[in-house]
Design a protein around this ligand. Sequence first.
Ligand SMILES: *Cc1c(COP(=O)(O)O)cnc(C)c1O
Length: 226
Amino acid sequence: MSIAENLLQIRSELPESVTLVAISKTRPVSDILEAYAAGQTDFGENKVQELVDKEEQIRETLRWHQVGTLQRNKVKYIAPFVHLIHSVESRKLLLEIEKQGAKNSRTIDVLLQMHIAEEESKFGLDEKELKELMDDPEIRELRHIRIRGLMGMATFTEDTVQVAREFRGLRKLYDQVSTSYSGMDNCLIDTLSMGMSGDYRIAVEEGSTLVRVGTAIFGARNYGSN
Ligand SMILES: *Cc1c(COP(=O)(O)O)cnc(C)c1O
């Protein structure tokens, strides 16, 4: 199936309230333009260099999402235009985003990435670290970041019961954050980023508001080093 057909198929499965972010990492600009022509406006990349290169090459105003591990020294390259950073997992990174937001006279929307997978290797904050961050008086004062919600990746497994359990846990935490912190000046909690090609249906059932889908739109990636 073509990119346009894949998009149509996936959108038909998603409730209207769920945002579809097309993860275009490793894909050529021509694929992105094909998706854009089919009505797709949100795109995500996991490498800053690739994100910046693509943003420069494409004239249309797309909404660019940063979804991979983000090094502090690279925030400055995406700060002028990034729509949402999904992968904040430290106080230091948040402070750097604040600094670059101020330099660009923008408020940068971010999600806090949570560790939900039962496997060891995935990144993210645990519940205690999340609360420490949200309760930190210095963080509460920041005016060039806005916390929009949480992001998480489930364990890569065929066990759909386990995947559903991990997503359910994240949704519960998201609801708690939404209740406890919505009054904070730099919080507008409305985004729960969970679900990829292999598990977005489960994620939506468990209350995701944004899915990050690559392979199911663009086909299998040819991986070099990533
Ligand atoms: C690559 C990637 C995706 C998309 O993965 P697919 O399995 O191709 O849909 C989603 N989220 C993150 C953080 C990624 O790095």
